[in-house]
Design a protein around this ligand. Structure first.
Ligand code: NAD
Length: 432
């Protein structure tokens, strides 16, 4: 399901969004700090640290686009290839007005650790274009996407670098990338993942990140003595990740009491009917205005009295300023970098468990790997096979990370980094 752009949510207000979720943040410093804590904890050699901290290649490109009103606008695009010792670069493309090199660099590194944790043979990359897709027409988005693809085309390849959707992009954007790449290189479905089914996409890819989040939440509940069938859940962000997580948490028996998007949130203490909320969102472009629920704002959602909080919007949602007010026992990071390091410290002192992004939201790249394999094999897997293999990968990743936490008394985030660094460092030593 694509609730997200480019289906124009009418009331997108960047200024509100800035206040609600996106204070100016140095995301690269955040992920670098997390890396260094884990690297020091495992006494990783300084040369290996240097190699793993430094991105392989960073591209900044300018994309001129003729807008529908005749004006020429210049967009700035980025692709950062962080590390490929374990396989081709892999990572999404984000369309958002706050995209910059620093954020893309941080997201690219997260991809390297994510692919290692779920043990798929990829490295890490990320891309993005600074734009507001909700304010652009289909023709403008298509021109932007084709222009961006032409500018980074020389660094892409089925065994080199494979993009996927992220915030503000979707299966349609992937179809345009595949088509543009194909003009020069011939029919190449494996050049992107998250494509429409009709063009070689995988069954189950759309739901994969949310499915992975819900599997990890289920496992965490078992380990931390939370009865998922009685658990109250709040989800910030209702795009691809948030909406699928909400549906699948409800199917596990949890009560999703609140969800939100950029336009605001909705709350009902007896639980929201997820399928009806999704239908409302598809019809109107937002969760706001859903009948049978009270309106709340995004800050209220974060501090609700729930068992599980799932930030699934953008980075920097939970900071030292609001961490003290969070009541959830368990936070499962659906988004990338929603909890800052200072917030992590506050939450740990207050006894809140945080399941990190590089574990919790790795289901998307896992099924992207299955999609790539299917494209190379020219053979389609059934939805059951995709979901079973995803379940196996996510449960194995959870156990590996959780066992480290038990053995080494490290927070789950540091255990997850250590699990990833072990694998990437070993491959580096073998190649170097
Ligand atoms: P999306 O564009 O489909 O949805 C984003 C959602 O966040 C929308 O509902 C939007 O309205 C909401 N949002 C934006 N600003 C907000 C705010 N200030 N307050 C509340 N909600 C706000 O994006 P997505 O693909 O669902 O990605 C969400 C997060 O998950 C991102 O951090 C992304 O990097 C991460 N992620 C996505 C995938 C994937 O497969 N799509 C995989 C791994 C991680």
């Amino acid at each position: 399901m694509q609730v997200a752009t480019p289906t124009r949510p009418k009331e997108t207000k960047p200024s509100t969004e800035k206040q609600a979720v996106r204070p100016q943040m140095d995301f690269n410093r955040i992920t670098d700090e997390q890396f260094l804590i884990a690297a020091e904890e495992m006494k990783l050699e300084s040369e290996i640290q240097l190699l793993l901290r430094t991105p392989y290649r960073e591209m900044i490109v300018q994309i001129p686009v003729r807008l529908d009103d005749g004006r020429l606008e210049m967009f700035h695009g980025y692709r950062v290839q962080h590390n490929a010792v374990r396989g081709p670069y892999k990572g999404g493309i984000r369309y958002h007005y706050k995209v910059d090199l620093n954020e893309v660099r941080s997201l690219a590194a997260l991809m390297t650790w994510k692919t290692a944790i779920v043990d798929v043979p990829f490295g890490g990359a990320k891309g993005g274009v600074s734009c507001d897709p909700s304010a652009m027409s289909r023709a403008e988005l298509q021109a932007l996407t084709r222009g961006f693809t032409r500018k980074i085309d020389m660094a892409l390849g089925v065994y080199r670098d494979i993009p996927a959707p992220d915030v503000g992009t979707n299966a349609q954007v992937m179809a345009w990338i595949m088509d543009e790449y194909g003009k020069k290189n011939g029919y190449t479905p494996a050049i992107v993942t998250g494509k429409p089914l009709n063009l070689g996409g995988s069954l189950g890819r759309d739901a994969a990140t949310g499915r992975g989040v819900s599997i990890i939440a289920r496992e965490a509940c078992q380990c931390f003595d939370i009865d998922i069938k009685r658990a109250k859940v709040a989800i910030q962000g209702f795009g691809n990740v948030g909406s699928w997580t909400g549906r699948l948490m409800a199917r596990l028996g949890a009560k999703v009491v609140a969800v939100s998007d950029v336009n605001g949130g909705i709350f009902n203490e007896v639980g929201l009917d997820m399928e009806r909320v999704v239908a409302h969102c598809q019809a109107t472009g937002t969760v706001a205005g859903f009948k049978g629920a009270k309106s709340i704002d995004n800050e209220e959602l974060l501090t609700l009295d729930v068992d599980i909080l799932i930030p699934a919007a953008l980075g920097g949602a939970i900071t030292r300023d609001n961490a003290e007010s969070i009541k959830a026992r368990l936070i499962v990071e659906g988004a990338n970098s929603p909890v800052t390091p200072r917030a992590d410290e506050v939450l740990s002192r207050r006894g809140t468990t945080v399941v990190p992004d590089i574990l919790a939201n790795a289901g998307g790249v896992t099924v992207s790997y299955f999609e790539w394999v299917q494209n190379l094999q020219q053979f389609r897997w059934s939805a059951d096979r995709v979901n079973e293999e995803l379940e196996r990968k996510m449960v194995a990743a959870w156990r590996a990370v959780y066992n480290r936490t038990i053995d080494q008394h490290t927070p789950l985030r540091i255990s997850a980094y250590m699990e990833a660094l072990d694998k990437v460092a070993e491959a580096t030593r073998q190649r170097f």
